[in-house]
Design a protein around this ligand. Structure first.
Ligand SMILES: Nc1ncnc2c1ncn2[C@@H]1O[C@H](COP(=O)(O)OP(=O)(O)O)[C@@H](O)[C@H]1O
Ligand SMILES: [Mg+2]
Length: 345
């Protein structure tokens, strides 16, 4: 199978490099529709970062977190070294060969100490602060949490998210110690973040969207698409990278593949919408009301997230861009599928 090379992201990477170039002062939320390439861009960036940065990447995707123990286990990368009980000494020692780490390294016995404490969150944040403090003497720490919404509504004596936000604010705005990036595809979560008074003036938003036309065309060019195949790809998938990758692999029949993807998505949306009709006619009508706007438009403005919008966003049919107060289908494929479904409503 053909390997797909990382493609362009110059504007977004440029923006992140500008952020990294300055003293940490705000939390950066990286958001965008699903499968737009956020994780891919972050992973690529981490590999390319100059030596003077020390990235720590934590991906919460698919992690089942119900309490602090689970959270500690994903946040930290346990180092089995024995006899280390001093954070500063430890941070100093690992700086020598800090490879690609997933999670924040912690020596096993310090980890156990945090685990035994009643107020785990206090000790966890204290460890991280000391750790980053030491790292920052030599390199600039960059903390990246992917799929942050996973901890969105975990409540362990108060919302974990609030404690995290407080800690992130401390790392950035107060101590200027560490860059903090939080990525998510969940637009309902971003909507909550957006209206969170605590974060007012303390964060910024970076949209990582599907490729634009030029970027898409250049990507397809690299894999030998004919002009006709390019047109099929753009008309069906827009610039959704994951979708384009599928077409790259469907070398023999790209048009057929595109039609198949559309057929599948249409079927899924039909299933979602009509099973709703059977359960809740009023909600169904409201959902159809939202979807019908996309018969002629590609995006629409919204004032607030109503129940029907929440439903469509939750089903990954619609993407709500909170920063721009716009609703649009999660992808071109979704737009086309919505239009086909609406033809027979
Ligand atoms: N810049 C890129 N170059 C090449 N392929 C990409 C790029 N961005 C995304 N992809 C493809 O799209 C898929 C989905 O991207 P991903 O980063 O997982 O999306 P997100 O994190 O936004 O949901 C990836 O597995 C990869 O195959
Ligand atoms: Mg991702």
């Amino acid at each position: 199978m053909k390997r797909i090379a990382f493609h362009n992201r110059e504007r977004e990477t440029g923006e992140i490099m500008k952020i990294l170039d300055a003293e940490p002062s705000l939390i950066t939320f990286i958001y965008g529709p699903i499968n737009s390439g956020k994780t891919t861009m972050i992973s690529h960036l981490i590999k390319e970062l100059p030596e003077d940065y020390a990235p720590f990447y934590v991906n919460l995707r698919g992690r089942f977190i119900t309490d602090y123990e689970d959270f500690l286990n994903v946040l930290f990368e346990i180092d089995e070294v024995g006899g280390v009980d001093n954070v500063t000494e430890y941070a100093k020692s690992i700086l020598k060969d800090l490879g690609a780490v997933s999670g924040i390294p912690i020596p096993i016995n310090l980890f156990k100490q945090i685990f035994e404490k009643k107020d785990k969150s206090k000790d966890m944040f204290k460890y991280m602060e000391q750790f980053f403090m030491e790292i920052s003497k030599k390199r600039t720490p960059v903390l990246i949490i992917d799929e942050l919404q996973v901890v969105g509504d975990i409540k362990i004596d108060g919302f974990l998210m609030y404690k995290l936000f407080n800690f992130f604010i401390r790392l950035t705005k107060e101590l200027h110690l560490c860059h903090v990036f939080a990525a998510t595809s969940d637009s309902l979560f971003i909507e909550q973040v957006y209206s969170e008074a605590m974060l007012e003036g303390r964060c910024r938003y970076l949209l990582v969207d599907d490729f634009d036309y030029k970027t898409t065309a250049a990507f397809l060019e690299d894999y030998g698409f004919t002009d006709e195949e390019k047109a099929v790809a753009w008309n069906c998938c827009g610039g959704k990278p994951i979708c384009l990758v599928e077409l790259v692999h469907a070398k023999d029949d790209r048009r057929g593949k595109a039609e198949e993807m559309l057929k599948i998505r249409k079927g899924q949306i039909e299933e979602i919408v009509y099973s709703l009709e059977a359960r809740d006619k009023e909600m169904f009508d409201a959902v159809i009301g939202v979807l019908s706007e996309f018969i002629v438009m590609e995006k629409v403005r919204y004032k607030y997230i109503s129940d029907e919008i929440q439903f469509l966003v939750g089903k990954n049919i619609i993407f709500a861009d909170s920063a721009n107060k716009e609703l649009r289908p999660q992808s071109k494929l979704n737009l086309l599928a919505i239009r086909e479904v609406m033809e027979s409503v």
